[in-house]
Design a binder for this molecule. Structure first.
Ligand code: C5P
Length: 215
């Protein structure tokens, strides 16, 4: 029997702490990444799912090789980069925070009179880092959620981050994208391919995406 394809998937948001009780996050539900993980297990792949904190209704599929729960962008970066060398491919679907508080206070921040200024610093772009680590035998796939100039921005990311495919979706439209069960994606490949996957359930979309990428 042929070796199973080893695929790492990231999903969900990250949380960046200000103090022990407060954090910055985003509205990612994790549904797209978890659907990809389920579809990849169905296809017979060996799947590692690295996930930020998601709602308890979003459940990891059975049959994963490994499930790695993480909280912050830094934890996700460490979990992903340490596992990537042993992988055949990675699909980074997580909505990783781009910025985190520069200082994580050890005690709860007290309220005071007047405005409060919070200094943020950049987090690591995990997808970019994997693009630098990638060997010619490995495939790397990213997502691009855009509100404008979808094709131009997605193709820019494909090149800059050294990807094989990018899954681009228009965000800010009602009934699709973040938190929704449905989405619409355009896949752009490094060899000039463009594949439109029309609006449908994320579960079906995940299967279609894997069929295109791993045909
Ligand atoms: O550049 P942008 O954040 O729009 O790129 C989105 C893609 O990059 C997604 O695949 C996302 O998972 C990945 N990403 C990442 N680490 C970050 C930011 C984004 O892996 N810090």
């Amino acid at each position: 029997m042929a070796e199973k394809l080893k695929l790492l998937i990231t999903a969900g948001p990250t949380r960046e702490a200000l103090d022990p009780v407060r954090f910055i996050t985003n509205r990612s539900s994790g549904k797209m990444g978890y659907s990809l993980a389920a579809a990849a297990v169905e296809k017979g792949f060996s799947v590692i799912l690295v996930s930020g904190p998601v709602d308890s209704s979003v459940i990891p599929p059975e049959g994963l090789t490994e499930f790695v729960p993480v909280v912050s962008a830094a934890e996700m970066a460490e979990a992903v980069k340490s596992r990537f060398p042993a992988m055949d491919a990675a699909i980074l679907c997580a909505a990783v925070a781009d910025y985190r508080p520069k200082i994580m206070e050890t005690n709860k921040i007290k309220k005071k009179e007047g405005a409060f200024f919070l200094e943020l610093e950049r987090t690591e772009d995990i997808l970019f880092s994997l693009g630098q680590m990638k060997t010619s035998a490995q495939r790397l796939i990213g997502f691009a959620a855009e509100t404008e100039n979808l094709a131009e921005n997605a193709l820019g990311k494909l090149k800059r981050k050294n990807l094989d495919w990018i899954a681009a979706n228009q965000v800010g439209l009602p009934g699709q994208g973040f938190q929704s069960d449905r989405n619409e994606i355009t896949l752009y490949g490094v060899n000039g391919e463009t594949v439109q996957l029309p609006l449908t359930e994320k579960k079906l979309l995940a299967r279609q995406m894997l069929d295109v990428i791993f045909q």
